[in-house]
Design a binder for this molecule. Structure first.
Ligand SMILES: NC(=O)c1ccc[n+]([C@@H]2O[C@H](COP(=O)([O-])OP(=O)(O)OC[C@H]3O[C@@H](n4cnc5c(N)ncnc54)[C@H](O)[C@@H]3O)[C@@H](O)[C@H]2O)c1
Length: 434
């Protein structure tokens, strides 16, 4: 099949590489000319496991090409996938559909005279398919909702092994084409509006689950219980399931924060109440402030008279492990809160996200390429992203180079007994410490 993908970011590129590796002819289109030039030179901007290897292979086989003009990029397409960004509008909490509108107008100008399917993979509010249909205004084009559920950091894994493919359309022609594409997959066909809403309802539910376990963690800290036992016990109930029950520093990333806000706005537009989502958004914002305060309070304990500067090493800047994405990263937001505190020096390390973090934090913190150097002569070490790498560091050596011995493991990543036996004053989330 000839597939064109408009928007070559965290969704568009892995999706393009994935389809190309399955033998389809894929053209990845992006309006960012520099990005397209880099792609043509074999350089990719994002970090995803195994992406570079499969990218090189599919380009070499001639299955994956690039364009910055939609007109050029979709001229042979049977299927056009829209994967442009839908961030939050600058002054509201609504989804910003500017990129969707721009791309749709450009498709309209192509005056397509054969049947093609245009699938909206971007996360868009209910009714956006109707708007795109109006803009393109061409009977040869079937506008379909096909939301994306991949997880950053596991994008290719999820491309090849999706839990489900959701396709919202009433067009038999579109259904036939997409059935051909996903013949071995678990496909749920729905109407377009339901499909659009499935994506938001899913993300908001996951965000809600995270926030719920974080509130349970707070209660555990006060009541002398352990959130990890509580989560394990809850997760053994198949009605609840054990995923997304890791207490931590709050959710972030390019999806949950913006999608919960957009869903709430949609509910207001339709005069329908979503008080749970409202609570989750506010509670999650508060959580990052609360975690920052916990860190700052620990620092104050070391510096009761405000005489010295406290050096804190922070491991993890990306919003989660296995990605370099710092968009709405809770680690970055916590650092921003800490930067408002007096007498703190922040040393930071992330295996992949230092460069993206620099774009947000600039030179207000000190960046390191090596975790051991980052922790050298610090008073406290704080873990804010759950990278596997952090589990396997030589913490004995790290402790010997530190000025003081506090380790705040706010992703519950390390073995508490081991860290205590090494000599750390160790704390994690969801447990009472005196
Ligand atoms: N990132 C994720 O994990 C994820 C998961 C599921 C769904 N989504 C949704 O997928 C969509 C894309 O997300 P992303 O993270 O890949 O975004 P991104 O910002 O990484 O990439 C979007 C790309 O689209 C390009 N673009 C914008 N307008 C264009 C136009 N008119 N023509 C050509 N290119 C254009 C941009 O230059 C950019 O490279 C969003 O709606 C997001 O909510 C993202």
């Amino acid at each position: 099949m000839n597939i064109s993908i408009i928007g070559t970011g965290y969704v568009g590129l892995p999706t393009g590489v994935g389809f190309a590796s399955l033998g389809h002819n894929v053209c990845c289109i992006d309006k960012n000319i520099d990005k397209v030039e880099r792609l043509n030179k074999g350089q990719i901007d994002i970090y995803e496991d195994n992406l570079k290897e499969l990218f090189d292979k599919t380009v070499q086989e001639g299955k994956l090409t690039f364009a910055y003009s939609i007109k050029e990029g979709i001229q042979n397409a049977d299927l056009v996938i829209l994967a442009v960004g839908t961030p939050t509008e600058p002054n509201t909490n609504k989804a910003d559909l500017t990129y969707i509108k721009e791309a749709s107008k450009e498709i309209a100008e192509c005056e397509i005279d054969r049947h093609i399917v245009i699938a909206i993979k971007s996360t868009v509010p209910v009714g956006t398919g109707d708007m795109v249909e109006e803009i393109i205004n061409n009977e040869n084009c079937d506008i379909v909702s096909m939301p994306e559920f991949l997880r950053e950091g596991f994008a290719l894994h999820d491309f090849f092994n999706p839990d489900r493919i959701v396709i919202g359309t009433n067009s038999e022609k579109a259904k036939n084409l997409l059935q051909q594409l996903y013949q071995d997959k678990n496909v749920l066909f729905t109407d377009r509006r339901s499909s659009e809403l499935i994506k938001y309802a899913s993300n908001a539910f996951l965000a809600l689950k995270i926030h719920y376990i974080n509130e349970i963690a707070d209660l555990c800290e006060k009541a002398g219980a352990n959130v990890e036992f509580v989560a394990k016990g809850m997760g053994l109930d198949s009605r609840i399931g054990n995923k997304f029950l890791n207490a931590g520093i709050g959710f972030g990333g390019s999806c949950f924060p913006k999608d919960t806000k957009a869903l709430l706005e949609t509910s207001k537009e339709f005069d329908s109440k979503m008080s749970l989502v409202d609570t989750v958004i506010n509670g999650n914002n508060f959580r990052k402030m609360k975690i920052a305060k916990k860190i700052a309070d620990k620092a104050k304990e070391l510096n009761p008279h405000g005489e010295k500067q406290i050096r804190i090493a922070i491991y993890g800047l990306a919003f989660k492990n296995n990605t370099d994405d710092c968009r709405e990263s809770p680690a970055i937001e916590i650092i921003q809160h800490l930067l408002n505190e007096k007498d703190l020096i922040l040393e930071v390390y992330d295996p992949k996200a230092n460069e993206n973090a620099k774009k947000i934090l600039g030179d207000k913190v000190n960046y390191y390429e090596c975790p051991k150097l980052c922790a050298y002569a610090v008073d406290m070490l704080v873990i804010l992203t759950e990278w596997e790498e952090f589990k396997n560091l030589d913490y004995k050596l790290i402790l010997t180079s530190m000025r003081d011995d506090i380790l705040l493991d706010y992703r519950n990543l390390l073995d508490e007994e081991e860290m205590k036996s090494i000599g750390f004053k160790y704390e994690r989330i969801g447990k009472k410490y005196d």
